[in-house]
Ligand binder design. Structure first.
Ligand SMILES: [Zn+2]
Length: 206
């Protein structure tokens, strides 16, 4: 099967959930839905990518170093771990961002894997053309990642039932901007139908 679709999960890390250093209000509530998407993509053998904030202690992104954010997701810290309820398969590709002191790392398209390969190269090299984005936070990293994906010429779907933002006003604005840029909104029911349709079509062809 062609790997033309990929699930991109943005920053579902402990520090961005309740009890973390920079919590998105009720951020962890999207995890059960994300797990359903993970199963759907696994079943269809499509790639799954998880991005993570992975900051050095001296990141200029932190308030203590002149930035705007409390210290969060410091390399190898407990808060930087993926939330334990997120069922990431072993085959998921992990990409890290904000890894150098001068870099904020809002967009997952600035993230790289362990071999320093950037996200767009990783997924383009296996034939991905459409990406499905969920995660945290709608008004920051999800928005930045979705807009980068458009610039990189991907067809982009925002999983509206699997994202959560810091501010509801800023999240609503982010979603309108994403729609203006041609990003389509999907929920799990619609996504399942899209995938089911694809399977039926393949069978008919065979
Ligand atoms: Zn950060």
């Amino acid at each position: 099967m062609k790997k033309d679709k990929a699930l991109i999960i943005i920053d579902v890390q402990k520090d961005f959930c309740t009890g973390g250093a920079l919590p998105v209000p009720n951020g962890e509530r999207i995890i059960p839905v994300l797990n359903k998407y993970i199963s759907l993509f696994k079943k269809n053998r499509f790639p799954i990518v998880a991005s993570r904030d992975w900051h050095p202690e001296d990141s200029k992104h932190f308030k203590s170093n002149g930035g705007v954010w409390p210290k969060h997701c410091v390399v190898k810290s407990d808060g930087a771990k993926f939330h334990p309820k997120l069922c990431l398969p072993a085959s998921a590709k992990i990409v890290s961002k904000g890894t150098i002191p001068s870099e904020d790392g809002y967009s997952a398209f600035d993230a790289r894997d362990n071999n320093k390969k950037k996200l767009s190269r990783i997924i383009k090299s296996i034939g991905v053309k459409e990406i499905f984005i969920g995660g945290l936070a709608t008004d920051y990293c999800v928005k930045a990642s979705a807009l980068s994906a458009i610039k990189e010429n991907f067809k982009v779907y925002l999983l509206k039932d699997a994202v959560k933002g810091i501010s509801s006003k800023a999240s609503a604005d982010a979603i309108s901007l994403m729609r203006e840029k041609g990003i389509e909104l999907l929920d799990f029911r619609k996504a399942s139908k899209l995938f089911a349709g694809r399977v039926k079509y393949t069978r008919k062809e065979a």
